[in-house]
Design a protein around this ligand. Sequence first.
Ligand SMILES: C[S@@+](CC[C@H](N)C(=O)[O-])C[C@H]1O[C@@H](n2cnc3c(N)ncnc32)[C@H](O)[C@@H]1O
Length: 264
Amino acid sequence: MSHHFINIDCYEKFVKDFHTLSGLDLNFYKENQMKRRINNFMNTHNHKDDYTSFLKALSRDPKLYDAFFKHLTINVTQFFRDVKLWDVFQSKIIPDLVQNKHMLKLWSAGCSAGQEAYTMAIIMNEHFPSAKYNISGSDIDINVLKQAQLGSYDERDFASTPEHILQKYFTLEDRRYQVKDNLKKNISFREHNLLTDSFEQGFDFIACRNVVIYFTDDAKDLLYKKFADSLNPGGILFTGSTEHLFGKNHLGLKPVSSFFYQKQ
Ligand SMILES: C[S@@+](CC[C@H](N)C(=O)[O-])C[C@H]1O[C@@H](n2cnc3c(N)ncnc32)[C@H](O)[C@@H]1O
C-alpha cells in the first residue's frame, strides 16, 4: 500500500481556487477532516499529489466535479433516521406547536435528498391530519435537491421506516420507491448555503441534523445564532445526535428534550 502526501502549504490555495470554481468556501469546514476527504478522493481518482492539476481536472470534467462535490458534502441519510427522536417530535413537540399556531412553518436545513422533510410530512399527515403547515427543505447540493423534488428513493433509504408507512406513501416503480403526490403538496425544496446565504424568518421548527459535523466552531456558533434569530418565540431547533448546544445559553435556546431546543 502506498501513501500519498500532499504539500500542506498548497491547501490554502486549493481552498481559494475551489471557492472561485464552486462557490463553496472550505474555510468554514474543519481543515483536517476536509484534507483527509480531499486526499482520499484524489487518491481513488488517480490524482495523487497535485492540487493544481486536480483543480484543472475539476474545472474541465463536470462528472468528476459532481462526484467530488458529492464526496465533500456527504449526503448519507434515511427516512425516520433516529426513529425514537421522531417519536418525541410526534408526541411532545408538534402537539405544543399546533396548539399555539394556526399555520406551522417547518424547515429541514441540510435536507440531502429530502428524506427528513418527507419524514416530517408523513408524521404530520398521520398524526395531525387537520394541521396546516408547510415544510421547506434546503441543501447546498443541487443534485440531491433534484432527487428530493422527484421523490424517488432506493430500498436502503427505508431501513427505519415501518412497512405500512412505505405502503401508504410510496409506489414501487422500476425497483425505486416513488413518493405519492399528496405528500409533496406542502413541501418545497431550494438551494441554500447555510454558511453564507441569508435566512428566512418566522420558523416554528428547524431540523438541522448531521450537517455541522465538519464545520469549524466559529461557523457553528454563527449558524446557531442565525437559527435562533429565524425561529419564532416558542419555536424548536432539532439537532443531530452528536450535536449539543452546551454553553450556548446566550442564544436563548433552552433544551426541552434531548436534541430539541426551544427559543425563549
Ligand atoms: C449527512 S446529510 C444530513 C441529512 C439529514 N439532515 C440527516 O440528518 O439525515 C448532510 C447534508 O448537509 C449538506 N450541507 C453541507 N454543507 C452545507 C452547507 N454549507 N449549506 C447547506 N447544506 C450543507 C450536504 O450537502 C448534505 O446533503
